[in-house]
Design a protein around this ligand. Structure first.
Ligand SMILES: [Zn+2]
Length: 286
């Protein structure tokens, strides 16, 4: 059983192409999402396409249907002024404001807009790419190379030693803020090997007895986070001083400042702090 719940509801049916129409519009200006204050709270734009609202659209993609309503995303130039109920907001702030399906769809949208923007020309011959008709891909009309959206897998490692948990402070974190370890999977590596390597490189210890926890799409810009719980099997903490500047073992009732429930890391730490129910974990990795 997977604990972390970052899945779209069955009300969403993904799709690739649809003529531009009224519906849900996930409109980005840079990385900021255009949202509307309504009587029922904050939501993405529902209604006519952004070009009919006077916005200048540079990229437009169909995402699928949510409860039968077509969903689109668009990258727009930032308007000089916004209407009274509209505002631009960062995705991280919206995690706590938007309903789950909308924030997950906005994440999917942001990833696809970024992919479209960085795949305008063929990497082999430089020709302008074209959308493929029936799948999410772009093809070079000259050399026929095909480009699919790229996803970069990264593992998250919650390492335990008896009743304590390893939390570390990245050089990128504000003071006093700790999280579990994380790192990108390298070419040719399994998830398990990546976990062992990352932990060894960043804090100098060995781990084993890994259990899968859950996963989360992380669209900043195109990661898939894959969470494991593991146990310390040897070695003393030695932060590498570059990626990790501080690391320590913490008790569940004395945790430092940690990520919130909008992230897989935050959900894993919450699971640990509230009793670490082992029955919710999957079987050990082979
Ligand atoms: Zn080409």
């Amino acid at each position: 059983m997977i604990i972390a719940d970052f899945e779209m509801s069955p009300a969403f049916a993904p799709g690739v192409h649809h003529e531009v129409a009224p519906g849900w519009w996930y409109v980005f200006c840079g990385d900021l999402l255009l949202v509307e204050n309504t009587t029922e709270g904050v939501c993405p734009l529902l209604g006519p396409p952004p070009q009919e609202r006077g916005l200048v659209v540079t990229t437009c993609l169909f995402l699928g249907h949510l409860d039968g309503i077509p969903c689109f995303t668009a990258q727009c130039q930032e308007p000089a002024t916004l209407g009274g109920t509209l505002r631009l907001e960062s995705m991280r702030r919206l995690w706590r404001l938007l309903p789950k399906d909308h924030i997950l769809l906005a994440g999917r949208a942001l990833e696809l807009v970024h992919w479209q923007h960085t795949h305008r020309f063929c990497g082999q011959c430089g020709t302008a790419l074209q959308d493929v008709a029936h799948e999410r891909a772009r093809r070079c009309p000259s050399c026929q190379a095909v480009y699919f959206p790229r996803i970069a897998p990264a593992i998250m490692a919650m390492v335990r030693r008896g009743p304590q948990v390893l939390l570390a402070r990245s050089s990128r974190f504000p003071g006093g803020f700790f999280s579990i370890l994380a790192g990108f999977v390298e070419c040719g590596e399994t998830l398990e090997a990546c976990l062992r390597r990352e932990v060894r490189e960043e804090v100098g210890i060995e781990v084993g007895n890994m259990h899968y926890f859950g996963s989360q799409s992380w669209p900043f810009p195109n990661s898939l986070m894959i969470g494991f719980v593991a146990e310390h099997t040897g070695g003393t903490l030695r932060p590498d001083g570059q990626e990790i500047i501080e690391a320590d073992w913490f008790w569940p009732h004395k945790l430092p400042m940690v990520p919130g429930p909008e992230s897989l890391a935050g959900q894993m730490i919450h699971w640990y702090a509230t009793g670490a129910d082992e029955s919710l974990l999957t079987k050990p990795a082979p």
